[in-house]
Design a protein around this ligand. Structure first.
Ligand SMILES: [Zn+2]
Length: 256
């Protein structure tokens, strides 16, 4: 019996859920779910995991264009056709998810109007996030973008802690690792976060929102307007596959 969950499939009728037949999965931090040019074999619905959609560059670097958590689905933007993915999917925050074979996904999507409505809404919100990131990456400072990243990640996990390496953040923000360390120290000194060995805990969410560029609030408003459910994971602490209670699984996540 399917246990809630992920907001895209949460609230669907029992028949649609049965047809989706999602399988419980756990993603380790750093794993690549999909390379650019590949065709997705499955659509994933994060529960406690967070997935980043990134663009690989010729120099080996990556730049993040969007994050997906319990509010969405990975691969949904490209799973309707057989065309190769235009982006890469990696896991900055390890955790649990549900996975649906792409053929079953397409068949169920064709038959279920409620599922199409949910995924259409998510796809529109996701596109808005990608567009905002294009403007953000070209305009706003590393400090502003780090604050935005932490808040966006926090919305997509059920805890106050985001377990992520400085190396990953440096890649996503397009800055050096020492620069990320310096920014994290500044945030900690200001009482905005606590961090130790890769686990960042947001202490002052409002303060962090004050440091972030406008992009966090802009995208958050779009998600709230477009999605038929609350876009963050903070309320209700959804129970995922293999989880027993609360947020201990994420809060105690091991680090590199
Ligand atoms: Zn921005």
């Amino acid at each position: 019996m399917l246990t809630p969950m992920n907001h895209v499939i949460e609230g669907l009728d029992a028949d649609t859920r049965r047809r989706l037949a999602p399988v419980a999965t756990r993603f380790a931090r750093g794993v690549r779910l999909l390379a650019r040019g590949e065709r997705p074999a499955a659509v994933h619905f994060p529960v406690t995991a967070v997935v980043s959609a990134v663009v690989p560059l010729a120099d080996g670097g990556l730049r993040e264009v969007a994050m997906i958590g319990c509010e969405g689905a990975t691969g949904a933007e490209s799973s309707l056709q057989e065309s190769p993915s235009t982006m890469q999917l990696i896991v900055p925050v390890g955790g649990e998810a549900w996975s649906v074979d792409v053929r079953r996904w397409r068949e169920t999507l064709a038959e279920s109007a409620p599922l199409r409505e949910r995924i259409d809404a998510f796809r529109n919100a996701f596109l808005a996030q990608v567009m905002q990131s294009a403007a953000c990456n070209a305009t706003h400072s590393a400090e502003e973008r780090l604050a935005r990243w932490l808040l966006t990640g926090l919305d997509r996990t059920p805890t106050a802690a985001v377990s992520v390496t400085h190396e990953f953040l440096a890649d996503m923000l397009g800055v050096t690792r020492p620069r990320v360390t310096l920014l994290a120290q500044t945030f900690q000194a200001a009482g905005l976060i606590r961090y130790a060995r890769g686990i960042v805990t947001v202490v002052d969410r409002e303060g962090l929102a004050g440091v972030s560029c406008e992009c966090y609030a802009t995208v958050r408003r779009v998600y709230e307007a477009l999605l038929p459910y609350k876009p963050d994971c903070a309320d209700g602490t959804p129970a995922g596959p293999g989880r027993s209670e609360g947020s201990s699984a994420m809060a105690s996540a091991s680090v590199l």
